[in-house]
Design a protein around this ligand. Structure first.
Ligand code: IPE
Ligand code: IPE
Ligand code: MG
Length: 241
């Protein structure tokens, strides 16, 4: 059995952590393997970090798994990633045994019927868990999400239920895929890239960031503990003094 890593003493933990799982392709390339092997390895990290989030008392953790821009990749890579989602959604059910709530964000209309059915089923069977919610972003794009919210508001204006002048930022927030989920406090991006790549652009307005050169498949529970400990050192002012 793998050695349990003791839970560190933490000053504070973020309520909502976002993780941009990046570097799978480079991890595989370094080993002379096709990119899909990197994605497969990345799933192992994802599972370990989800469990750790619960152990650390993190209430929400969102993983960016596939962006609205990732369809630009070669067909065989996209197919391999979709096949991995389908295969691993059965495994995600293990999270139910661990009392982790599972939710999905993103535009589901482009996903296969099988995948969508599995997503709904997982959400339904885990919806009563309250400690930790794991959110998986599939076919997710921040701009696409805002565009959807704007369309909903436009329809409400059209049918007369709201007036344009009454639109508030909260009304936009409530119409995002994240609806009732609090804004992201802390965004972790491995692999050395220093950008958001269209991840939670609205929700990240006051987020803190943690970047590391480690490639996602190599990112360990200890690396995660270290990142979370670093959050405790941050001084957040939200525009105040
Ligand atoms: C992240 O790893 C996974 C997805 C975006 C689906 P990448 O596939 O982007 O890996 P790199 O950035 O090419 O190394
Ligand atoms: C961001 O990674 C998307 C996901 C991790 C799902 P990318 O690898 O697609 O981002 P860019 O292209 O380097 O910005
Ligand atoms: Mg990448």
């Amino acid at each position: 059995m793998a050695k349990e890593i003791p839970i560190p003493e933490l000053i504070s933990v973020p309520t909502h952590v976002g993780v941009i799982m990046d570097g799978n392709g480079r991890w595989a390339k370094k080993r002379g393997l096709p990119r899909k092997f990197g994605h497969r390895e990345g799933v192992k990290t994802f599972r370990a970090i989800t469990r750790r989030a619960k152990q650390l008392g993190i209430k929400y953790i969102t993983f960016y798994a596939f962006s609205t821009e990732n369809w630009k990749r070669p067909r065989d890579e996209v197919d391999a990633i979709m096949a991995l989602f389908e295969k691993n959604l059965d495994a995600v059910k293990d999270f139910i045994d661990e009392e982790i709530r599972v939710r999905f964000i993103g535009d589901r209309t482009a996903l296969s019927d099988t995948l969508r059915a599995k997503m709904l089923d997982t959400e339904e069977s885990s919806k009563h868990f309250t400690d930790t919610t794991m959110i998986l972003a599939i076919n997710y794009g921040g701009r696409d999400e805002i565009c959807h919210a704007v369309k909903k508001l436009a329809y409400a204006v059209k049918d007369g239920t709201i007036q344009p002048d009454d639109i508030t930022t909260d009304m936009i927030t409530e119409r995002l895929y994240t609806e009732d989920i609090p804004p992201v406090d802390y965004i972790i991006r491995p692999s050395g890239e220093l950008r958001l790549s269209n991840f939670m652009i609205w929700q990240a307005a006051y987020a803190e960031y943690y970047f590391t050169n480690i490639l996602w498949p190599d990112f360990t529970v200890s690396d995660f503990d270290k990142a979370i400990a670093d959050f405790g050192e941050r001084s957040r002012r939200f525009g105040g003094v």
